[in-house]
Design a protein around this ligand. Structure first.
Ligand code: NAD
Ligand code: WQD
Length: 338
């Protein structure tokens, strides 16, 4: 029998791509999303991509305990993948309470509802941001955690709460996945990332410049101690990430206990590497100007992804060129999102 997986935030960027990987792996995703940063229109796209019925989608909030209790009572849910949350670092500095409310309180309400329902398999979206400014790269999972903003602290708080929960009683199967920089889109070009307003992140900004919606990219700093002077990150294709969730889910279903894993490629790419790869993908030049450093930015970091490979048998397969080609297919086909 197919196992149903509750996917909170499943209409969002990483969640929607993971729903495809879940469906292709024989799971049945059930989405819970408040559409605060997404659109229900993604469901029809998911159906087109998978050739299966659109996932069941419930509009609602992870902080709504009564709704969660109803969901667990009405559906036979075997596991939960918890993406729902807010993710803009700058907003978290301006409005920390909404970050602690959505990300921390929401995660606690969800875990309490799972415990009552007897569902104890949980995959959680954490972030490399929990490492803050690392001492060295590649970053292994046992590197010190010292997040530098409320968003990062909200992720670390949830990691700690879920860790304590996992250790408090037998039966829990919890994977805390620390994503590096997810980019790209499904290769169909039918789903992708569509930030509201001016993008904070590099790849959506470059895409919007390439499609003509913005005049140029401002490179935040050209004088870092990196090979070309620009910031270096571990960009990982969102479909590799999606497949990493399926691998983590399979592992959790088969093994009790707590896992903390990096999901990244193990390779660093600079801002100018991304721009060059994007230019190859779209066949145009991407105008850019070098501006000052962005406050709070770390010069360079990338993952040590060896634990995910050893434990899950998962590793990222897609190249930076493929990430840019897929982003471009999505952006050029859907310049205004869904
Ligand atoms: P996203 O905003 O596209 O997706 C989050 C989804 O959750 C959205 O559909 C939103 O409407 C929904 N949501 C938010 N709060 C909710 C609530 N209280 N109840 C119900 N639904 C709610 O973001 P994403 O990039 O897909 O990120 C997914 C998760 O991965 C987040 O937890 C994020 O912090 C984490 N993460 C993202 C990145 C990244 O760079 N994109 C990196 C590391 C970790
Ligand atoms: C990447 C590089 C910028 C925009 C953020 C969050 C992190 C995680 C992933 C959720 C940096 C440079 C960017 C631009 C630029 N999210 N840049 N011009 O900062 O590594 O990580 O997203 O967990 O928590 O902090 O990603 O895409 O913003 O920046 O030069 O217009 O691109 O300086 O070197 P970042 P990013």
């Amino acid at each position: 029998m197919k196992i149903s997986v509750l996917v909170t935030g499943g209409a969002g960027y990483i969640g929607s791509h993971t729903c495809i990987a879940l469906a292709e792996a024989g799971f049945t995703p059930i989405i819970l999303d408040n559409y605060g940063n997404s659109s229900p229109k993604v469901m029809e796209r998911l159906a087109r991509i998978t050739g299966q019925a659109a996932p069941l989608a419930i509009e609602g909030d992870v902080r709504d305990r009564a709704l969660l209790d109803r969901l667990f009572a009405e559906h036979e849910i075997g596991a939960v993948i918890h993406f729902a949350g807010l993710k803009a670092v700058g907003d978290s500095v301006a409005d920390p309470l909404s970050y602690y409310d959505n990300n921390v309180y929401g995660s606690l309400v969800l875990a309490a509802a799972m415990r009552s329902a007897g569902v104890r398999t949980l995959i959680f979206s954490s972030s490399a941001t929990v490492y803050g400014e690392p001492d060295e790269s590649p970053i292994p999972e046992d590197a010190p955690t010292r997040p530098a903003n409320p968003y990062g602290r909200s992720k670390l708080m949830v990691e700690e709460a879920y860790g304590d929960l996992g250790r408090s009683e037998p039966g829990w199967r919890i994977a805390l996945l620390r994503y590096f920089n997810p980019v790209g889109a499904h290769e169909s070009g039918l789903i992708g990332e569509h930030p509201q307003g001016k993008p904070n992140n590099l790849m959506p900004f470059v895409s919007q410049v390439a499609v003509g919606q913005r005049p140029h990219l401002t490179v935040h700093g050209g004088d870092y101690p990196t090979p070309d002077g620009t910031g270096v990150r571990d960009y990982v294709h969102v479909m590799d990430l999606a497949e990493g969730h399926v691998a983590a889910l399979r592992h959790a279903l088969a093994h009790e206990g707590l896992l903390t894993l990096n999901l990244g490629t193990g390779r660093g790419g600079s801002v100018l590497d991304v721009v060059a790869a994007f230019e190859r993908a779209c066949g145009k030049s991407v105008p850019r100007v070098i501006g000052p450093r962005r406050p709070g930015d770390v010069p360079a970091y990338w993952a040590d992804p060896s634990a995910a490979k050893a434990v899950l048998g998962w590793e990222a397969r897609r190249s930076l060129d493929q990430m840019c080609a897929d982003s471009w297919r999505w952006q050029s086909g859907n310049p205004n999102g869904y």
